[in-house]
Design a binder for this molecule. Structure first.
Ligand code: ADP
Length: 322
């Protein structure tokens, strides 16, 4: 019966995602900061910080086209470049956003796929595309009929989508009574962690190696103290001060903005409906799974939740088909 109810909840949410569009997720009024591709990378950092954002679409004004999404991963790439070519610090200072693709090539990482969706396509499609490309955010790109040019309408994140689901589907999310443990939600082995005394650079290397966006910070007893996130890198290199990357995680975390939403934990016995309750009420970007003594057990990313909600129990063929 629990299985049946759970599936009923999941199907309800999936139907909802099929009848809503990406456009529906956007708030009534919002602001969008778009950065010109010709801007110095160093300057882009300040603009993000001043605007309290962690990502922005890039615009190629020469070709009048959308030129991809700037995210913390790009800054991490610049840092890796700096580590590999420390003698070129003067050059790193002169890099423009348009050089990001060259930096990717120089350090040998695969270029991020520049996926986008049309705002009036079903939200379900945007979700599937995000899961497929592992993108945490996806730009909504439309065409301006008058000029014939591309137009970036906004960017939607996994965070926004899950919030949208949680707020509008209470009647389905309350059916999700299986526990995190029962459905195997999240990652519980091979966890990448850090101590407060590791350097920021160490943690960045961990994030690159594991291809993850957050590393729990634990003490000697594996008790969770905090979480270092990829976006925490941004204030660390403000003004092009790459030497600050040798400072400790503890120091870096003290540079967080005052409105930092905090970290969220749950237990393996918490039910998925409770997870959605947390998403509904708070600014959750991941859940850290802990035991009764706040020792680290696992981590549940937003992509883990989205994947479960969209794909659990789907026919194999159906998954491959889209
Ligand atoms: P998202 O894609 O939502 O930003 P992450 O990149 O943090 O999330 O996570 C990608 C995958 O790696 C998820 O399946 C998540 O459970 C797992 N993961 C996240 N953080 C860690 C970590 N510190 N150690 C090991 N695995 C992790």
């Amino acid at each position: 019966a629990l299985d049946k109810e759970q599936m009923q909840g999941l199907r309800g949410i999936r139907e909802f995602l099929k009848v809503r569009t990406s456009y529906d997720v956007l708030p009534l009024s919002f602001r969008l900061v778009v950065l010109d591709n010709n801007l110095l990378i160093k300057k882009s950092l300040n603009i993000l910080i001043q605007n309290g954002i962690v990502s922005a679409p890039l615009w190629d004004s020469r070709r009048a086209t959308f030129a991809g999404l700037l995210t913390s991963t790009d800054y991490i790439n610049v840092i890796q470049y700096y580590c590999q070519f420390p003698d070129e610090i003067d050059q790193v200072d002169q890099f423009r956003l348009s050089s990001l693709r060259d930096i990717e090539r120089a350090i040998g990482v695969l270029p991020l796929e520049t996926v986008s969706v049309h705002p009036t396509r079903p939200l379900y499609e945007a979700c599937r595309r995000m899961l497929k490309t592992r993108a945490r955010r996806i730009p909504l790109v439309d065409y301006d009929n008058e000029t014939g040019h591309e137009m970036v309408v906004s960017v939607i994140t996994q965070y926004r989508i899950l919030k949208f689901i949680a707020v509008n589907n209470e009647k389905y999310t309350i059916l999700l009574k299986k526990s995190v443990r029962e459905i195997g939600l999240g990652t519980y082995s091979n966890l990448a962690t850090s101590s407060m005394n590791n350097s920021v650079l160490d943690v960045i290397h961990l994030m690159v190696k594991y291809n993850i966006s957050a590393v729990p910070v634990v003490d000697r007893d594996n008790k969770v103290l905090n979480v270092f996130e990829a976006v925490d890198v941004i204030p660390c290199i403000k003004g092009g001060a790459y030497d600050e990357l040798s400072s400790t995680v503890g120091e870096a975390l003290s540079r967080r903005a005052d409105d930092f939403p905090g970290i969220y934990t749950c237990s393996e016995d918490d039910r998925l409906d409770a997870v959605f309750e947390t998403i509904r009420k708070s600014r959750v970007h991941r859940l850290i799974v802990v035991d009764d003594e706040s020792r680290l057990k696992g981590i549940i990313s937003l992509s883990d939740i989205l994947k479960y909600v969209l794909l659990y129990g789907e026919e194999e063929d159906d998954i491959r088909g889209s």
